[in-house]
Design a protein. Structure first.
Length: 96
């Protein structure tokens, strides 16, 4: 799970399913070209350039025990971040 996001982690399932077509195509290509060495197959994984940002979001949305937080905090935080990222263009938004 440290190499790619775990399906059980924050955003992991989405990262894997979002790239399912690319991953299955890469597996098909590896099989057709006999690229089955562990180093070859190690090149196939979910493209997750957003991994650092996902961990940052997770940390930012964490609440300490006993801390009183507005119930809408997480939604506002994500909405603000995605609004800013959207303003930065497709190259920033598409990995998410």
């Amino acid at each position: 799970a440290s190499g790619i996001q775990s399906p059980l982690s924050f955003g992991g399932f989405g990262a894997l399913t979002r790239h399912l077509g690319r991953i299955s195509g890469a597996i098909d290509e590896a099989l057709e070209n006999d690229l089955l060495h562990k180093n070859d197959l190690g090149e196939i994984n979910a493209y997750t350039p957003n991994l650092s940002a996902a961990w940052m979001f997770q940390k930012a949305m964490s609440v300490r025990m006993g801390q009183d937080v507005d119930p809408k905090f997480v939604n506002r935080l994500l909405a603000t971040n995605f609004d800013v990222m959207n303003g930065m263009g497709q190259t920033t938004m598409m990995p998410f």
